[in-house]
Design a protein around this ligand. Structure first.
Ligand SMILES: Cc1cc2nc3c(=O)[nH]c(=O)nc-3n(C[C@H](O)[C@H](O)[C@H](O)COP(=O)(O)OP(=O)(O)OC[C@H]3O[C@@H](n4cnc5c(N)ncnc54)[C@H](O)[C@@H]3O)c2cc1C
Length: 397
């Protein structure tokens, strides 16, 4: 066991809380500094691949997650213009047999709440709201963080889990603003009773079209229905929580099959997300300061892995601190070394999957034939490296 350290975490999203929890479990005194006035997550769905359930298993959280998750029987893609089935990968027992862990989906607010409750149950986690990190300094022994309003907080280490527009990243990596992909996502959640039976699907179902796709799946044990419509657009507001333009959405899906149009028509108000990522980097640490989650490796959502990779980060960071017996700077170097190729591969592969979903012309025809010609399990095999996940016990031996 290493000497308990006072550790600061900037950002109380899924990544920041995951880091706080695992470090507190090792006895460290963790202070989470969250800029918002309350901890919380936006209302939308999140997919959790078997690699993420492997982490929940490792953290003893499978039961609390499973209580609020939904386990879809399959993952499918249809052509949005013709309605033809492109591919369907069975999940359930097939995913368990292949990877030892299930594929689930969860309401973001529920996932965040499970981590928040677990953090609250740890006496050595101090959860601070209204605490916006402005800047930091460090020397050989400590990191000092200055908050908006002038307060300073000191710790032995600082983990920047402050998301896509990370302040900490500006100081550590300094690679400017995130790359705006030109894709936007509109999201909405319906209650089960508001979705007519002929529009409901138990599967995670993606309708792929030219520069557009719609994905939907049930949430919270099947009580809710999550919809995310993605399309290419040069109209966007920076942020994750502005209102979408329904007229633009309708125009983008003008040649969709009636079932999709009917489903889109069920929603009066959409919330918009501008989708950004960054080029992968291999150095996101500086002495006693490191990054985690979207701050370190923001990715497009096409592989549904951003939150999952943040949770993997948290586990690897803890293993690195254990391995170096609390030598923070060395642990942060080991942690990023263990992570950058895997997270970089997810970042780059996610872009490629976006192209596949949004294909048109010959590319679309080829996609449909290639997927339709493959065996069902082949659809899953291409992402084996990702879904297999990591074995925390074997990382630094
Ligand atoms: C459309 C869409 C769909 C997605 N689907 C999936 C999916 O299915 N599966 C999946 O795994 N991932 C998915 N993701 C990705 C996932 O949402 C993110 O990767 C994940 O939320 C990142 O978590 P984080 O904790 O690193 O950052 P964030 O969730 O951004 O949290 C950062 C926190 O830091 C706080 N903060 C920011 N700046 C400061 C500051 N200066 N001081 C203090 N606090 C600060 C913020 O208020 C926030 O609470 C999706 C993303 C999008 C856009």
């Amino acid at each position: 066991m290493t000497q308990p350290l006072p550790i600061l975490v900037a950002g109380g999203g899924i990544g920041g809380l995951a880091a706080a929890l695992v470090l507190a479990q090792d006895g460290h005194a963790v202070t989470v500094l969250e800029q918002s006035s309350a901890f919380g997550e936006i209302g939308a769905g999140i997919q959790l691949g078997p690699n993420i359930f492997r982490m929940f298993d490792y953290l003893g959280m499978t039961e609390s997650i499973s209580r609020v998750a939904y386990f879809p029987p399959g993952l499918g893609m249809n052509d949005v213009r013709t309605g033809e089935k492109v591919v369907r990968v069975p999940l359930g027992e097939v995913a368990r047999a292949a990877y030892g862990f299930p594929y689930g989906v969860i309401y973001r607010a529920d996932l965040h709440q499970v981590f928040l409750d677990a953090c609250k149950a740890q006496p050595n986690v101090n959860l601070r709201t209204g605490a916006k990190v402005e800047s930091f300094t460090q020397d050989a022994n400590a990191v000092r963080v200055r908050l908006a309003g002038g307060d300073t907080v000191e710790g032995a280490a600082l983990i920047g889990a402050d998301g896509l527009w990370s302040r900490i990243r500006e100081a550590v990596v300094g690679d400017g603003k995130p790359r705006v992909s030109g894709h936007v996502a509109y999201r909405a959640v319906l209650r089960r009773e508001d979705v007519p039976a002929h529009l409901w699907s138990d599967d995670v179902l993606l309708w792929g079209g030219e520069k557009t796709h719609l994905v939907h799946y049930p949430l919270r044990r099947g009580e809710l229905f999550n919809l995310v419509a993605v399309f290419h657009s040069d109209k966007y507001d920076e942020g994750w929580n502005t209102f979408g333009d329904t007229a633009e959405l309708t125009a983008r899906f003008a040649d969709a099959v009636p079932q999709v149009k009917e489903l889109l028509g069920k929603i009066e108000t959409w919330k918009m997300w501008v989708l950004c990522d960054r080029e992968p980097v291999k150095n996101w640490s500086d002495g006693r300061v490191t990054l985690l989650g979207d701050a370190a490796h923001p990715m497009l959502q096409y592989l549904a892995q951003g939150a999952g990779q943040a949770i993997e980060d948290a586990v690897v960071l803890r293993e690195a601190l254990r391995f170096t017996r609390g030598d923070v700077a060395q642990a942060f170097r080991q942690y990023q070394q263990a992570r950058y190729l895997r997270t970089g591969r997810v970042q780059l592969t996610a872009r490629f999957y976006g192209d596949i979903y949004h294909a048109s012309g010959v590319q679309r025809e080829l996609r449909n034939r290639m997927f339709q010609g493959g065996t069902e399990s082949a659809g899953f095999a291409g992402l084996k490296w990702m879904y297999e996940g990591i074995d925390p016990g074997k990382l630094f031996n």
